[in-house]
Design a protein around this ligand. Structure first.
Ligand SMILES: Cc1cc2nc3c(=O)[nH]c(=O)nc-3n(C[C@H](O)[C@H](O)[C@H](O)COP(=O)(O)OP(=O)(O)OC[C@H]3O[C@@H](n4cnc5c(N)ncnc54)[C@H](O)[C@@H]3O)c2cc1C
Length: 569
């Protein structure tokens, strides 16, 4: 049997995936690149990023400052050599975006504007109004179109990685239009599949952020690193979870409680609204618990107030926020405060990868939100992620192209058998199964609710143990799901089942890693272990798949120039 075959195969059409594809071709124009995405690339979650991308571009800034802010922001769980490489590459990447046509917002003198962002000591977040992700994704997507060497498989859903002789040689993907399973082989594969926010009920993440790439790598034997580190963003709209960008606070917005008080003075007095996300989210929950939140139909909330900025500034720098206020809350933010509460937003943890985005499996790379290259540690600073997608997406593309240039060709015999096995697995587990009595939506909602309550902003041993049992019960019930759609074309019932399977898998690693980390660091706040414990836990958690619960290993954090200190703002 003949398969579609590439030198480099990228899974994911978001910012990291497209940047990787371009970098592979730029590194070696003879490289043939495949790009698989379960949605049309412009629908990737990157499109919804609002606030901006960080880089030390202004003369008063320095690599050292950006590195220190990132490391302190990470609560010292970032690998410092990775951070140092990142801050040097980020400006190069943002200027490259400029050359490819990204319409950055500019200062009157024509230079790219920057705005302040949480946990950053200076203005270094470059932006395109408050639709930065849309413009950046458009820029790399358009750029990718000029390369004939990049061949896309849009709306193809990867269900399995092909591993042969301990090396990754491609993927198996469900072509959603035809319902056919295809093997797509390659000498090297890059995972750029984004985050997993949908394991929570209240999240800013799009429906497609279901942790697929993390689960695919995990099932192939790669560890998942620091999965307990889940970011909650302080300002989501109650009910929908739609993000109100940190840029609103960057531009001068205030957070106030039900007593009209800027309560952050008690938590981050020197930074106030520009404190890091983990600390502000905890401050808000603490205020709610002490009775100083507003009560609404969708739970407690705070006010985010921009009225003092004036209509002209709001329309120039935050036009999308005004639109969101009108469309989703029925208010005009020029005249009324915005109701907000903490919401799951980003996954610091991910596929264990190194500074060049290589995973421990030869031929397999990971970049962007699905990866953990060691940059974000316990808490990512806002606006570092878009830059991370560019820097490590490009690194992955170059490394994968280099690896492919000397790798052996892929033999088709075992691939044939693997394709057959995988197609049979999905058909028997889902499409041909009869007698199931559990609905996908019910299990998904229960999982999301349980994750919200057991693995949220604050955690406890009891809560996490209960969650472990709940997830175990949901996994058993998942075996009895019924697929109500038997068609082959765009069977979203089937892809929802595949995604739920991935989500149940990665949720388990979040909970197991959180239970074992008996300290509070970055976004991981244990009520029963409120202090950071560097002696025991200045280490990455790596979770490996077994037949039962995840097996955990620990790896030292790499420290270069920044000695861990108390983290106060
Ligand atoms: C609302 C919102 C606002 C944000 N704002 C900012 C910001 O202002 N600044 C900042 O730095 N960060 C921001 N972030 C975070 C940042 O946008 C993301 O971390 C980043 O865009 C992720 O990019 P990615 O390329 O890794 O993945 P994504 O853009 O999520 O793309 C993932 C790709 O993988 C594909 N895929 C997934 N699973 C499969 C599968 N099984 N088979 C085939 N393909 C698959 C998808 O089709 C998609 O193309 C924001 C995030 C959100 C949710």
């Amino acid at each position: 049997m003949e398969f579609e075959s590439y030198d480099v195969l990228v899974v994911g059409g978001g910012l990291a995936g497209l940047r990787a594809a371009i970098a592979a071709v730029e590194a070696n124009p003879r490289v043939k690149v495949g790009l698989v995405s379960k949605v049309y690339p412009m629908r990737s979650h990157t499109v919804s990023a609002e606030g901006g991308a960080a880089a030390a571009l202004r003369p008063e800034d320095s690599y050292e400052n950006h590195a220190f802010d990132t490391i302190k922001g990470s609560d010292y769980l970032a690998d410092q050599d990775v951070v140092e490489a990142f801050v040097r590459e980020a400006p190069v990447e943002l200027i490259q975006m400029e050359h490819w046509g990204c319409p950055w917002t500019r200062d009157p003198d024509g230079k790219i504007s920057a705005r302040p962002f949480g946990g950053m000591t200076t203005w270094r977040t470059c932006f395109a109004a408050d639709k930065t992700g849309f413009h950046m994704l458009h820029t790399v997507f358009q750029t990718s179109l000029k390369y004939d060497q990049i061949h896309r498989h849009d709306e193809a859903f990867v269900t399995k990685l092909l591993i042969e002789d301990s090396r990754c040689v491609g993927v198996i993907a469900l072509d959603q239009r035809s319902g056919r399973f295809d093997a797509i082989t390659a000498k090297s594969v890059i995972l750029a599949t984004g985050g997993l926010g949908r394991v929570y009920a209240f999240t800013t993440n799009g429906n497609i952020c279901t942790g697929d790439g993390m689960a695919l790598a995990y099932r192939s034997g790669v560890g998942l690193k620091d999965m307990e580190m889940v970011q909650f963003h302080p300002t989501g709209l109650p009910f929908t979870g739609i993000l109100i960008t940190e840029a609103v606070r960057g531009e001068g917005g205030y957070l106030t409680n039900s007593e009209g008080e800027r309560f952050l003075k008690r938590y981050v007095p020197n930074k106030m609204e520009l404190g890091p996300r983990d600390i502000i989210s905890r401050a808000m929950v603490t205020e709610f618990e002490e009775g100083r939140g507003f009560e609404g139909p969708h739970g407690k909330y705070m006010h985010l107030d921009v009225r003092h900025l004036g209509e002209e500034a709001i329309d120039r720098k935050l036009p999308f926020m005004r639109e969101l206020g009108r469309e989703f809350v029925g208010i005009d933010i020029v005249h009324e405060p915005i109701p907000v509460r903490p919401v799951q937003h980003y996954m610091m943890g991910g596929v264990d990868a190194d500074i060049s985005s290589a995973t421990p499996i030869p031929g397999l790379y990971a970049a962007g939100e699905c990866a953990n290259v060691g940059l974000n540690g316990g808490n990512r600073l806002g606006s570092n992620s878009l830059s991370e997608c560019l820097v490590f997406g490009a690194a992955a593309g170059r490394a994968a192209a280099h690896y492919a240039s000397s790798a052996k060709p892929v033999t088709t015999n075992p691939v044939d058998a693997m394709l057959w096995d995988e197609a049979r697995r999905v058909e028997t587990a889902y499409l041909e199964k009869t007698g199931g009595d559990e609905r996908i939506g019910t299990i998904r909602e229960e999982m999301q609710r349980d994750m919200d309550s057991g693995a949220g902003v604050f955690r406890t041993k009891e809560g996490l143990e209960k969650l472990t049992d709940q997830l175990g019960g949901l996994r058993e019930r998942f075996e009895r799901i019924k697929i109500e759609d038997s068609s082959r074309t765009f069977n979203t019932d089937l892809t929802a089942a595949l995604e739920l399977d991935f989500m149940l898998e990665v949720s388990q690693t979040i909970v197991a890693s959180a239970l074992a980390r008996e300290e509070s660091r970055g976004a991981h706040a244990r009520r029963d272990f409120p202090e950071r414990n560097d002696e025991k836990f200045l280490k990455h958690t790596i979770a490996y798949k077994t037949d039962t619960r995840p097996r955990l290993e620990y790896r030292d954090v790499r420290i270069t120039n920044f000695k861990p200190q108390a983290r106060t703002y």
